[in-house]
Write a protein that binds this ligand. Structure first.
Ligand code: IVH
Length: 686
């Protein structure tokens, strides 16, 4: 495509994508299937790659892409972001209503949820998102522009829907970033299983996710935004709150569907009561109702205190707390071997849900709060149904309460538990522990480990529950007969899996080390260990001191690796794998050449049949090659799969070598064998 038609098509695609976003996120009424949306986005991406001068930061392709930063900058709010007076009783609320009535003659309020998230301000100039910042102290906030851009519910450009007022040349719009409750629960579960600290509530999770120096992390978290107010606005004016909340969505800014104009005291009370009743069913946490005087002239007349307006209040819901007795502490073993103490409570209703257990996370938490078995505890529900132990009621103690100690051995398999220095967590170090085997199998087979296609979560679960696999090496004893007896496993899939298993035996040392689920050993560390020791036997013979001396391996990782290898059951697993023919190719210690494809650059376009883009890129990287995004004269190869994009044409034009999938495969075969250098591990894990 030539430059002018490309520019026109790019503009058209952007407009379409913007509108589809609006239909999806603001109206919750999409016009197209997700796949159609993705197709438009891909077309735009391809065109922008081909014509980089047409790329603008407000393009829908530009949500993620900013590089990590050293620190978050600051942003001064043009108008201070005020806080709200909190009311906790019906009497206080009546007094507020009286004040409003006295001032305005009528009670006319906009009522909306008080979101329990993080307040932010976004600045749109000529319709394009310029900056985004947190509330901070109300006057100065942190610059979270790159992070906020990654939220799908944040439009990078405003739109003007039919009949909407013209877009203001400058708009400062305010809203709340929230972490949906269901996703919050999943995040904490994953973190707990991985031995990482959990977030106390969705608000902390939202704040922690947004205030990241690396926007890629924010992008991976399902944050959302609801808009509820404005700061400075040029070239437009609202006479009422109602006008404000009804106009924002028509500019593409999402407002919560529960926001209402309430007229009269009774209606205000009803709104509060109804929303409290609906609280449990909302997809996000709220902690009260915000009431704002509707008429902006009345707002101005009522004025402000030093930090909060007189014309608005937050009428809080009662805290969801109760006291109950700690009957005992049960220790559960997660998929990654972390031993987690769980409070077994006398069942108690809190905000409509019966609570009978609460995670205590780790021993330090128990010691810090001085929780004893038999104590009465103050328990709170933080974020949907997750109960949280606030503190013991020390006044209630009789002296019969008992101090809790973590067990010395894994309660599931009896292996002595290990505490990694610097971590408050205790782990069961046994690779074959029944509580962990399923997770370990999945990890063993994952793409960047032994890459056994077809061995996913479901199959891992079946293999463990049927007893076919009790230890990792058992995988290599599986027969077609055993496999076809499993659910949803035909002869063809069984044969494929066996072929994959056979193929997986030829692997590399970094992949093998990664596959072992050694705590704290991800791709990067696996690569460091492999490069340093060169072969498995040398690693097995290493001392903690030697491990610690490797640049990039700190004392904690060193201890973790050493403890893992010191566990006889783990050694048995490693020996068992080798005995079954698994061969982690050693890494030559002369790291002179950087792989058979060193210095070669590759561009991928279209869809490959046998590999995803990531997998293909990985294979190139393992051989020392580099994958880049766009074609230039200096590019060595363009690999074109089915339905190639514009890059194929580009390659032809520039005379760059074109490889179809078969030719690419041949190149891979010719250059296979152990990479002489540890792989530059830059691709994200899925
Ligand atoms: S309006 C002058 N509306 O509450 C009005 N705030 O205490 C100021 N908040 O930092 C804010 N939901 O984080 C407003 N529907 C809502 C809100 C809301 C939550 C938070 C916001 C702000 C704090 C003020």
């Amino acid at each position: 495509m030539d430059h002018p038609p490309a520019a026109a098509r790019i503009a058209e695609l952007r407009e379409q994508l913007l509108y589809h976003n609006y239909r999806y996120y603001v109206l919750d009424d999409p016009l197209v299937a997700d796949s159609e949306y993705d197709q438009l986005l891909r077309e735009l991406q391809d065109l922008e790659e081909q014509f980089p001068d047409l790329l603008t930061p407000d393009s829908p392709t530009q949500r993620v892409g900013a590089a990590p930063r050293e620190e978050l900058g600051t942003v001064v709010h043009n108008l201070p972001m005020l806080s709200l007076e909190s009311l906790y009783s019906a009497e206080d609320f009546e007094r507020f209503l009286e004040r409003v009535e006295r001032e305005a003659g009528v009670v006319e309020l906009v009522a909306e949820p008080k979101f329990d998230g993080l307040a932010v301000e976004l600045v749109y100039v000529e319709g394009a998102l310029l900056t985004a910042s947190t509330r901070g102290d109300g006057l100065v906030g942190e610059d979270v522009s790159d992070n906020l851009r990654t939220l799908r519910t944040v439009p990078l450009r405003l739109i003007r829907t039919e009949g909407a007022p013209p877009l203001p040349p400058r708009l400062e719009v305010r809203g709340e970033v929230i972490f949906p409750t269901a996703a919050f629960r999943r995040l904490n579960q994953t973190r707990e299983e991985a031995g990482e600290p959990v977030f106390a509530n969705p608000r902390n999770a939202a704040a922690g996710s947004l205030r990241q120096l690396d926007a890629q992390i924010t992008a991976a978290r399902p944050l959302e935004i609801y808009f509820y107010g404005i700061g400075q606005m040029e070239g437009a004016d609202f006479a009422t709150e109602e006008e404000l909340v009804s106009t924002l969505p028509r500019w593409g800014l999402r407002v919560d569907e529960r926001v209402r104009l309430v007229v009269g005291r009774e209606a205000a009370r009803d709104f509060y009561r109804d929303l409290e009743a609906a609280r449990e069913d909302l997809p996000f946490e709220i902690d009260g109702v915000v009431f704002k005087v509707n008429d902006h002239a009345v707002q101005a007349a009522m004025g402000e205190r030093s930090r909060s307006p007189r014309w608005a209040v937050a009428y809080k819901f009662p805290a969801r707390q109760a006291t109950t007795r700690l009957r005992s502490i049960f220790v559960s073993v997660g998929r990654t071997g972390v031993l987690t103490p769980v409070a077994m409570l006398e069942p108690v209703p809190i905000g409509g849900v019966t609570v009978s257990r609460a995670s205590l996370h780790n021993i330090e938490e128990i010691e810090r709060k001085d929780l004893r078995i038999g104590d009465n505890l103050l328990v709170e529900r933080a974020g949907d149904v997750i109960p949280y132990v606030v503190k013991p009621i020390v006044e209630d103690r009789t002296g019969a309460e008992q101090i809790f100690h973590m067990p010395e051995a894994c309660p599931v398999c009896g292996t002595p538990a290990i505490r990694t220095p610097g971590e408050p967590f205790v782990r069961c170090p046994n690779l074959d522990c029944p509580a962990q085997l399923e997770g370990h199998l999945g990890h063993f087979a994952s793409r960047y480990a032994l890459d056994i296609e077809g061995l996913g979560e479901k199959l891992a679960r079946q293999l463990v529950s049927t007893g076919l696999v009790r230890s990792l090496p058992d995988l290599y004893d599986l027969t077609e007969e055993q496999l076809t007896a499993l659910e949803r496993m035909g002869a063809k899939s069984a044969q494929n899996l066996l072929a994959q298993l056979a193929r997986s035996k030829q692997t590399t040392l970094p992949r093998f080390l990664l596959a072992l689920s050694i705590p704290q050993v991800g791709e990067h560390v696996a690569g460091l260990l492999a490069a340093h020791f060169g072969n498995l036997e040398a690693l097995l013979a290493s001392t903690p001191e030697e491990l610690q001396a490797i640049p990039g391996v700190g004392p904690e990782i060193a201890t973790s690796v050493h403890d893992f290898l010191a566990e006889p059951r783990n050694l048995a697993v490693i020996r068992g794998l080798l005995a079954h023919g698994v061969q982690p190719a050693p890494v030559p210690r002369s790291a002179a050449a950087a792989g058979p494809l060193a210095g070669q650059t590759f561009v991928f376009t279209g869809t490959l049949e046998s590999y995803t883009r990531e997998a293909a890129g990985r294979l190139v990287q393992e051989r020392g090659g580099k994958v880049i995004g766009s074609v230039s004269k200096k590019t060595n190869y363009v690999v074109a799969g089915a339905d190639p994009g514009s890059k194929r044409a580009q390659a032809e034009k520039l005379g760059v070598a074109l490889l179809d999938e078969a030719a690419f495969q041949r190149l891979l075969d010719e250059t296979s064998g152990p990479p002489p250098e540890p792989v530059a591990l830059t691709l994200p894990l899925d």
